[in-house]
Design a protein around this ligand. Structure first.
Ligand code: IMP
Ligand code: MG
Length: 186
């Protein structure tokens, strides 16, 4: 497998995260906001989105893994790393790379809601069209994309390609680098 068509360029990601950050800044002004990123995929979104939020936010990380195939979600989620602290009474914003079936988020939402946060919302860079369980529960969406398997900007295929600066479709073929291609940017 290798890097195929570029779906969202690095520049488009940066511009959209700036807009989302401004929106989040306005919505949470004066509130105690905790950003929770879901590792590993969301590490890139967390780093870039948080720098567009002009509030002294707190950050925490969770690591989950879904059992099953490499390119499909089974809906069975295992918590590998839980939050460091309690979230009761705090405004929590989950930061995600992608919502596909929505099963991972559905699980996370239920798991965090019983801890009684003041509010619980979700921000995702990507939302796959037509596959979500409950799309209305995602408050901030970067881009809606077709239901192809994508890689880059945190998203992996068998643990690799997370460092690709853009979001691209996986394609059949010999694995190779992306220097000098559309995936590496201008
Ligand atoms: P869900 O189907 O919404 O539960 O997605 C679960 C997880 O599967 C996401 O958080 C990603 O880590 C991963 N995932 C879903 N779609 C893709 C994709 O197109 N590329 C890479 N990872 C994906
Ligand atoms: Mg993954």
């Amino acid at each position: 497998m290798r890097v195929g068509r570029v779906l969202v360029s690095a520049e488009e990601i940066e511009a959209r995260l700036a807009e989302m950050g401004a929106e989040i800044t306005a919505d949470y002004a004066g509130k105690d906001l905790l950003l929770v990123a879901v590792l590993k995929g969301a590490f890139m979104v967390m780093a870039d989105l948080s720098r567009h939020i002009a509030l002294p936010v707190d950050l925490d990380f969770m690591a989950v893994s879904s059992y099953g195939e490499a390119t499909k979600t089974s809906g069975v989620v295992r918590i590998l790393k839980d939050l460091d602290r309690e979230i009761a009474g705090r405004h929590v914003l989950i930061v995600e790379d992608i919502v596909d079936s929505g099963l991972t988020l559905q699980y996370l939402r239920r798991n965090l809601e019983v801890r009684r946060p003041a509010s619980l919302e979700i921000a995702t860079l990507l939302l796959k069209r037509g596959l979500q369980v409950a799309p209305t529960t995602v408050r901030y969406v970067g881009f809606e994309i077709p239901p192809d398997f994508v890689i880059g900007y945190g998203l992996d295929y068998l643990g690799r390609y997370r460092n690709l600066p853009c979001v691209a479709v996986m394609e059949e073929g010999e694995e190779e680098g992306w220097e000098g291609t559309a995936a590496s940017g201008p």
